[in-house]
Design a binder for this molecule. Structure first.
Ligand code: SF4
Ligand code: SF4
Length: 77
C-alpha cells in the first residue's frame, strides 16, 4: 500500500500526524512544511489521515493483493 501526499495541496497543518493512530511513527512534516508518510509497516490502512486532511491532499492506496485478500477487487484488473 501507499500513502501519497499531494505536496501542492498540503499546508503542513499536521492534522494527519495528530489524528493517525501511529502519529509520529509514520508522519513527518518536513522543513518544506509538507507532510510525508513513511514506515508504512505501522499503517493500519484506516484512512483516517485522508479523512481529516482539510485540503484532501492525502490518498491512501491499497495494493491489489491486499484488496484481493479481502475479495473486494476483480482478479482480472
Ligand atoms: S491510513 Fe491510518 S494508520 Fe495509515 S497513515 Fe493514515 S491515519 Fe495513519
Ligand atoms: S492534514 Fe493534509 S494539509 Fe495537513 S499536514 Fe497532513 S497532508 Fe498536509
Amino acid at each position: 500500500m501507499k500513502v501519497v501526499v499531494d505536496k501542492d495541496k498540503c499546508t503542513g497543518c499536521g492534522k494527519c500526524r495528530e489524528m493517525c493512530p501511529k502519529g509520529f511513527k509514520i508522519w513527518n512534516i518536513g522543513p518544506d512544511k509538507k507532510a510525508e508518510a513513511s514506515n508504512l509497516r505501522f499503517c493500519h490502512v484506516c484512512t483516517i489521515c485522508a479523512g481529516v486532511c482539510p485540503t484532501k491532499a492525502i490518498q491512501v492506496i491499497r495494493d491489489r493483493e491486499e484488496d484481493e485478500k479481502e475479495g473486494t477487487n476483480e482478479k482480472n484488473l
